[in-house]
Write a new protein. Structure first.
Lengths: 123, 824
């Protein structure tokens, strides 16, 4: 069964672009454009990995991160943060908040796909 | 006549004679002919033709004026008879007679008694006199007795007169006159006494001859004003012009004193001086000596006095006039000794209130508590003066921003006399500065916010473009033609450029704000260069530029921010590709710096047009662009090198250019080497550790370069979270291994190992990648070595030993053909 990835971003174009790439790589992708929708999608779909933007309507990405961590099904699932915010200090903030990796926009496609592959490997 | 014996020679006078003799010539010394002489052999050769008249007085009497008057019929030099009144008579010598306004000198041997006033008939030979003619060899007889003639009073200046034509005449010659004058000098001659007189600016003499008395005029002193009576006798010069005159006095009574000489005449003065002089001289010498001594001392005293007075006045003037400055003096302990108007105005205390108090009352309580008042005085004493700024307390409790200069006052021997403190109230300026600074801060904050917003807004669309492009390029939406792929590559390249510009703008604004941060880690520069060249391969290939890198296999790790260092290399490589013409080459090298062994030098060398010396200086400035363009014809923002330099400098390195026009350019920069010494020294400087533990982390990664680096980065990140900044340090080890230097004893080291192990095991990325992170712990206890350098050396040596052992172990593992990658 294909791994399921929750992709949250308020930029519809980016959602479209990344989700196509992930689907083409064999993953199942569920999307949300705001924090609130994201939580309900996560509860419903129980994704194996969450890829989150930080500047989101309905609640900051960090807030969303803690909400997801509080969901029983998602507490131990890896999270990757993708943001336009400066790497310093956002990278540290993200990793302290429990993110596996941080990517600054514009995202390096190769690295991003590698990390996704690593994050979902073996499970 | 050779043999002239005649009874009465006078008997021949006036006789007409015939003389026979030999005529001879007379020459002077220069053999010039001056006259004739008749040599008569015998008196018999003189024949009297007609004897003279029996009575010489029978000659016809002529007027006095006719003496020597030219007369064509008369006989020159012949005896004549004149009639006149005696004005002067010196028995057997001289007779002066006067007839009306004419007088004549008569030379006579006759001793006939006669007195002035007697009328006499004189017979004699006329001759040339001093001025007027005279009568020589004269005889006379008294004709009648009269009273002596009264002298004519004459101004001495008028005795000799000069008429309008400049012709001089002496009308009073031979006449009895009376003149007035001041006695200058009395001279004693052989035949009498001569007075030297001065009257109406004319000098003349008066002579008294033939008196019995030794000094008949003794009573008359020099400088007396006298009236002298006498016969005027004029002398003429060689041109027969009258020059001086002399009065022949008849008796001492001819001198009448009109005014006595002043008592203090020259003689008395001189005699007095002669007595006083030796004493005076002695006194003068003594005084001179004293004076010299005194004047030397006085000069010194005066100079000092002047200086003191001057500086004193100067200071007083400043003190009294200055209201904008608080000027006050302190004694060596800091008690106020003087207080000017400015001080009162600024600080609020009156002199009465503050003089005698310690000056710390002008400081804020917390500054007093921290010892500032005394510190200012100590610094002023040490350095002469000290300038300080700070918020100070007024009497009313309000604060003001003070700029104060405290200067130590010293006496000439160098002893501390006290201090002077000059304070300006700069509160207004400070407020204005604060306001400006605040405004600038606000502005920067707004700018920052705007930039952050813009960057966010720009980054997202760029990201979207990149993803869409990537999706198409990967054929996720179906196969594409070559031309379509070419266009997609153009889109991708432009999106990348746009993304880089956004980063550049952000970074440069961070440089301006001083917010640029670098996080130094042990960084493998060789890997970094390889990665960058791989990523730039496409753009290099487009221009047929060959790229390659050179670095030694044992290149030391750099102590640098890998991301920032990577950005610098990317900037330099991109520039090199941009400026290098087609078929050129770009070479990136890395090696320990020749001049600074603790640094790595990374150089990017191209075969482009080179950069002129003038451009080399400004190429690192913000927004400076040189002529080159990239393949799309665009120039870029001109921020790359500016940011690069900032990154390099922040990491403790330098960046430079070596280039000549037409010879290509070589940009190089340095980064510190992550040497054990450096890290250990920093660690020990941060904490005074007695013991240091060493933890060895051995990693076995994947084949995939991208994934291996990702894993390394991830593991490093985990370990970094575990180490305590300032107390522990992460060091690069050989072939994907780390050392952790940690402070504390064995239990601290064990706790650290456990923690790292747990963290690594809990990390899903690493777990899923099947990473086998071996953690070997080694404890190195360093005893109580006081010298820090010694401890650094000892720890460093220990770590080197462990590394050697580890590499030996690696060799053994390889020998055992253990497939590390295969365990994935």
């Amino acid at each position: 069964m294909a791994k399921k990835i929750l992709l949250v971003d308020d930029d519809v174009d980016l959602l479209k672009g990344i989700s196509l790439a992930l689907r083409s790589a064999g993953y199942e992708v569920v999307i949300a454009e705001d924090s609130i929708t994201a939580v309900s999608v996560a509860v419903k779909e129980k994704p194996d990995l969450a890829v989150l933007d930080l500047g989101l309507p309905g609640g900051d990405g960090f807030v969303l991160m803690s909400r997801l961590r509080n969901l029983p099904d998602l507490a131990s699932k890896p999270i990757i943060v993708v943001s336009a915010r400066p790497a310093i200090p956002t990278r540290d903030e993200a990793t302290k908040g429990g993110a596996l990796a941080f990517f600054q926009k514009p995202v390096d496609r190769q690295k991003f796909m590698a990390v996704v592959r690593l994050a979902l490997a073996g499970k | 006549v050779r043999d002239f014996h005649i009874q009465d020679p006078q008997s021949l006078v006036d006789a007409e004679v015939k003389v026979g003799g030999v005529c001879g010539t007379t020459f002077n010394q220069r053999r010039q002919f001056v006259g004739l002489r008749l040599f008569v052999a015998h008196l018999d050769d003189v024949h009297v033709l007609r004897p003279p008249a029996a009575d010489p007085f029978s000659l016809p009497v002529q007027p006095l004026t006719s003496v020597l008057q030219f007369n064509p019929n008369g006989l020159a030099r012949h005896r004549i008879a004149v009639l006149g009144t005696i004005t002067y008579y010196l028995h057997g010598h001289v007779l002066y007679i006067q007839d009306g306004e004419n007088g004549v000198y008569v030379n006579t041997d006759q001793t006939t008694p006669a007195a002035p006033g007697d009328e006499v008939q004189v017979v004699g030979f006329s001759a040339v006199g001093g001025y007027s003619p005279i009568l020589e060899s004269a005889i006379f007889r008294v004709v009648a007795h009269h009273a002596p003639l009264e002298p004519v009073v004459v101004n001495p200046a008028k005795v000799i007169t000069t008429d309008a034509d400049g012709f001089k005449s002496a009308p009073y010659d031979g006449r009895l006159i009376k003149v007035r004058g001041t006695l200058i000098e009395k001279l004693r001659g052989a035949d009498g006494q001569v007075l030297l007189l001065l009257g109406d600016k004319t000098a003349f003499r008066a002579r008294l001859v033939g008196t019995e008395e030794q000094d008949p005029l003794a009573s008359i002193e020099n400088q007396s004003v006298v009236e002298v009576t006498g016969v005027c006798s004029v002398r003429s010069d060689v041109y027969h012009e009258p020059r001086t005159f002399e009065l022949q006095m008849r008796s001492p009574s001819d001198v009448v004193v009109l005014r006595k000489a002043p008592f203090w005449n020259l003689r008395r003065s001189l005699s007095l001086l002669a007595i006083v002089f030796p004493f005076a001289l002695a006194a003068v010498i003594w005084i001179a000596l004293l004076r010299r001594q005194a004047s030397m001392q006085t000069a010194v005293i005066q100079k000092n006095m002047e200086r003191i007075q001057h500086s004193d006045e100067h200071l007083r003037m400043i003190l009294s006039n200055v209201k904008d400055y608080a000027i006050f003096a302190l004694d060596p302990q800091g008690n106020v000794t003087s207080w000017n108007e400015g001080a009162q105005r600024i600080m609020g205390y009156t002199p009465e209130e503050i003089i005698g108090r310690h000056y710390s009352c002008i400081f804020a309580p917390e500054d007093v508590a921290s010892g500032q008042p005394l510190r200012h005085l100590n610094e002023a004493e040490t350095h002469g003066s000290v300038e300080t700024e700070g918020w100070r307390l007024r009497k009313d409790g309000s604060y003001y921003w003070a700029n104060a200069i405290t200067t130590a006052l010293r006496d000439p021997s160098g002893g501390l006399r006290g201090f002077v403190r000059i304070t300006r109230d700069l509160t207004e300026r400070r407020k204005a500065e604060d306001a400006v600074a605040q405004a600038q801060k606000e502005q920067l904050k707004i700018k920052d916010q705007v930039l952050a917003h813009v960057s966010h807004e720009l980054r997202t669309p760029v990201a979207a473009i990149t993803w869409f492009t990537g999706n198409l390029q990967e054929g996720l939406l179906g196969p594409l033609t070559a031309e379509q792929l070419d266009h997609l590559e153009g889109i991708e390249r432009n999106a990348a450029q746009l993304g880089k510009m956004v980063e550049d703008i952000l970074n440069s604004s961070r440089v301006e704000e001083g917010k640029l941060s670098v996080e130094a880690h042990a960084t493998n520069v060789g890997h970094l260069i390889e990665e960058i060249l791989a990523s730039c391969a496409a753009s290099a290939k487009a221009k047929s530029i060959s790229t390659h890198c050179e670095f030694p296999s044992d290149l030391p790790m750099a102590w640098a921010d890998p991301q920032r260092t990577g950005q610098v290399i990317i900037n330099l490589v991109n520039n090199a590709i941009k400026f290098t013409p087609e078929h050129g080459s770009v070479v990136v090298t890395a090696h320990p710096d020749e001049h600074a062994p603790e640094m790595l030098r990374i150089m990017v060398k191209d075969t482009g047009p080179g950069i002129s010396a003038a451009d080399q200086e400004r190429v690192f400035s913000r927004l400076v662009q040189l002529g080159g363009t990239d393949d799309s014809g665009r120039k870029g923002l001109g921020l790359g090198l500016f940011i690069s330099r900032e990154f390099v400098v922040r990491q403790g390195g330098t960046i430079s250019i070596e280039s000549e026009l037409g010879q290509g350019a070589a940009f190089s920069f340095t980064v510190p080497i992550a040497s054990l010494q450096r890290v250990v020294a920093e660690l020990l400087a941060a904490s005074e550790l007695a013991e240091v533990g060493l933890i060895f982390v051995d990693l076995l990664g994947a084949d995939d370069v991208v994934e291996k680096n990702l894993l390394l980065t991830e593991i490093q990140r985990v370990i970094e979270e575990c180490v305590r900044s300032g107390q522990d340090a992460l060091l690069p080890g050989p072939s994907n291994s780390f050392f952790i230097l940690t402070g504390g004893d064995q239990s601290a080291v064990d706790a650290m190992c456990l923690r790292i192990q747990q963290e690594l095991e809990l990390n899903s990325v690493l777990m899923d990648a099947g990473v086998d992170a071996k953690i070997a712990t080694q404890r190195i206890a360093v005893g109580p070595v006081s010298n820090r350098d010694e401890r650094v050396n000892r720890i460093t040596a220990e770590v080197h030993d462990r590394v050697y052992l580890h590499s030996q172990g690696m060799e053994r593992e390889k020998d055992g053909e253990k497939d590390i990658a295969g365990r994935r």
